[in-house]
Design a protein around this ligand. Sequence first.
Ligand code: ZN
Length: 166
Amino acid sequence: MVKRQGGQGGQTVPTFKCVCETCSATFSAPLLSDAASFGEFIARGRNGKANAYLNSFEGGWDEVEKVWEKVREAHGSERDEPDELQAVIGRCLDPIDGEALSIDGGPVCPSCGSDRVAYGDATRTGEADLPPASFDRFLKLSPKERAKFIRGILEELDRIDEAEEA
Ligand SMILES: [Zn+2]
């Protein structure tokens, strides 16, 4: 169960034991229960340090999605739409302490930065108060700047896809 944290848009969520398959470090990471997770995400720092809570029905998700739909149409893309939207959303979130966030991956090892991590809800380690993930940086942009920002993300995703195909 996910319980609501008083009025700030964050959440208290259970944490579970994770094991890094690259460096064997063990650490705790927050996970949402399947029952609670429609429209809810944990935004994870790409270095495994920061975690935040994101509810797609609050904050700037809709604004990002609207711009993305238009830009995608003009840009052309063969990527699966939900996957692409999640990749875009993650990149539109405000970094936490300089760490970029992502909503489309599992826990990242805070020791070595690997995303080859074994995790599940077998061993509960406690709970974490997650701050709300925010889109302040994106929302401060003008409509033109927003479109340019999203276009830049789609170009980045194109480069990633090309590198994977090569
Ligand atoms: Zn590791």
